[in-house]
Design a protein around this ligand. Structure first.
Ligand SMILES: Cc1ncc(COP(=O)(O)O)c(C=O)c1O
Length: 308
């Protein structure tokens, strides 16, 4: 029988080594860079009140923000989709990231959460026209080294990746309630993160990362519908194609997934994270498999080439 994780063994895909320096970080808030304790937003902010905003997660390696152009493309696309004027152009947003990095004297192993909301409302109601003071932009930049003591455990949850005409799951929106409910359900089932199906019952993604399986040396991921258009996801697909690893974007079910030799997650924070268990079924050996390890190596080399 497999162990049920005890409370002390709780883990998340965004787990990092404890770093006391994060108590002293400086935060970008609307053009100012202020100490963490002073980095506060109004209770009338549309992000706080309604989850009305968009965000990006970025990672710093060797003095370079990895794939920042792709992140900015996705940010501006999302802002356009929700009709939010960021108030800065691409260079302005990039400069804000660089200024925050400089103020924090960070050179590598840092993670930034860049958030932009529709800003402070004049009254506490939903209508976007009540946000009249311009957007609120915040960059939280932390020292961050992913640290996972064991492969991730997933549980399939009842929360679906929905159709694009409700809340398009491709939007990196502030409101993540569907994903948070998925994560809570997974935790209650004794897992670390929720494995989410699409509206047709095919395996799609997890609540915070993209999801891949490996079967007989081939790498499978979802068609790309219903999941975040993850930048790391695309890099992994590109790396497989460039290195003769068969890779398929296709529909597949839980039967294919439980029977996989390996499974892993992708995201900017953790790069590629091995999955050891899904719904109480051990995946492969339960440890990181050789294809996952190879892809991690290829990704590391890609980062070293990109970020010098
Ligand atoms: C739901 C979800 N899936 C996947 C990802 C990973 O995307 P990326 O590889 O661009 O970090 C994210 C990160 O923002 C996410 O929120």
């Amino acid at each position: 029988m497999q162990d049920i994780p005890r409370k002390s063994e709780k883990m998340s895909t965004h787990q990092a080594t404890e770093d006391q320096r994060n108590e002293e970080i400086l935060i970008y808030l609307n053009g100012q860079i202020v100490p963490k304790a002073q980095a506060t937003v109004s209770v009338y902010d549309s992000g706080f009140m309604l989850g009305d905003g968009v965000w990006e997660g970025l990672r710093l390696y060797n003095g370079t923000w990895a794939f920042i152009d792709e992140h900015l493309d996705r940010l501006f696309e999302a802002a356009k989709a929700i009709d939010l004027d960021i108030g800065l152009d691409r260079d302005g947003v990039k400069q804000a990231v660089l200024d925050t990095q400089k103020a924090n004297e960070m050179t590598t192993d840092a993670h930034a959460r860049l958030m932009i909301t529709r800003g402070v409302k004049t009254r506490p109601f939903q209508h976007p026209s009540l946000s009249q003071q311009g957007p609120t932009m915040v960059i939280i930049m932390e020292h961050s080294k992913p640290n996972l003591p064991r492969p991730i455990r997933l549980a399939t949850v009842p929360h679906l990746r929905g159709l694009p005409m409700t809340q398009d799951p491709k939007l990196n929106s502030h409101s993540k309630l569907n994903c948070i409910l998925a994560c809570i359900a997974a935790e209650k089932a004794g897992a670390d993160e929720g494995l989410m199906l699409d509206v047709n019952g095919f395996v799609n993604t997890t609540n915070a990362c993209n999801f891949f399986i490996v079967r007989r040396g081939a790498v499978w991921t979802s068609t790309g519908d219903y999941c975040m258009n993850g930048i790391t996801r695309q890099k992994v697909i590109d790396l497989c194609r460039a290195n003769d690893i068969p890779v398929f974007e296709r529909n597949y079910s839980l039967v294919d997934t439980y029977g996989a030799d390996e499974a892993f997650l992708t995201g900017t924070f953790g790069a590629q994270t091995p999955v050891g268990d899904i719904d109480g079924r051990q995946i492969g050996s339960g440890e990181m498999g050789p294809v996952t390890e190879r892809i991690r190596g290829l990704y590391k080399a890609m980062i070293e080439a990109e970020c010098t």
